[in-house]
Every structure is written in C-alpha cells, then in structure tokens.
Ligand binder design. Structure first.
Ligand SMILES: [Zn+2]
Length: 154
C-alpha cells in the first residue's frame, strides 16, 4: 500500500497515511482534529518536470547539431537570429540558400583576412615610427631632470 502525505490547512501539520490508491479516507489532524488534505504526490510532479527537462535537452541537442552542421557545411560560425526569427528558422534559411551562403561566408572570411593583414601592416609601420618618438621623449625628460638637478645644486 502506498503512503500519502496529508496536511492540515489550519495548523500546517503533516501526516503520512497508508491506504489504497482508490481510497479517499477522511484523515483528521492529530493536533486540532480538523480535516487534512492530501498533498499532491511528489513523484508525479517530478516526473512531469523531468519530461520538460528532457524536452529542453532534446531541443538543445538538436540546436547544437544544427550549429555543427552550419559550421561544417557552410562555414557559419555564429548565428544570432534577427528580430522575431529564431535559431531554427535561421537554420532553415541557411539550408535553403545553400551555395549562396557558402560563397558569402568564404568572401567575408577573405575580406576579414585582408583587413587583419592590413591592420597588422599599419601597426608595424606605426610601431617603427612610435619607437624613436618614444625614446626621444624619454631622452628629453632625462635631460630636463638633469638640468633641474643642476639648478638645485647651484
Ligand atoms: Zn490541525
């Protein structure tokens, strides 16, 4: 026979009662003698939420698989759905556009590589100019400090 939890609404006392599933006995509170109500079965509640959790996990896995597919087949690294469209509709759009997306991704990768290379060239050029400028400034400061030291001594 299963155990059921009963609770007194008046004094919040809990009590476990054994009875058949089909039975609906009148259970009275050991403290005030009032009627106790059956507490919803925790087993059923947790089963419900684990089904939700499983559904969420399934969806997460499906999305992860889609992301892998988009990356491997089309070179799409990041998908941020715009406006109302969700990830799955973006996925469908990418699949529908197929070759066009692949070309777009390759073009943007090329553009990014060129941009990075240009930035690196600029930085190197700047660095060559920056170094003497910086050492000139240091030399100037040292000279000024030395002049100040002399002035104090005099
Ligand atoms: Zn009571």
């Amino acid at each position: 026979m299963p155990t059921y939890a009963y609770k007194c609404r008046a004094c919040k006392v809990n009590r476990d009662v054994f009875h058949r599933m089909a039975e609906t006995p009148e259970v009275s509170c050991p403290v005030c003698g009032g009627p106790m109500v059956k507490v919803p079965c925790l087993f059923n509640m947790s089963r419900g939420s684990s089904a939700d959790a499983r559904r969420a996990a399934d969806q997460a896995k499906r999305r992860a698989d889609m992301k892998v597919e988009l990356r491997q087949d089309y070179g799409v690294e990041n998908v941020s759905p715009i406006g109302k469209s969700d990830f799955e509709s973006v996925y469908k759009d990418v699949k529908a556009s197929g070759e066009a997306v692949r070309e777009q991704m390759a073009a943007s990768a090329e553009k990014n590589a060129a941009k990075t290379a240009a930035k690196q060239r600029e930085w190197k050029k700047g660095a060559v100019k920056r170094v003497p400028k910086k050492s000139r400034a240091i030399a100037k400061r040292q000279k000024e400090r030395a002049a100040k030291d002399r002035a104090i001594r005099l």
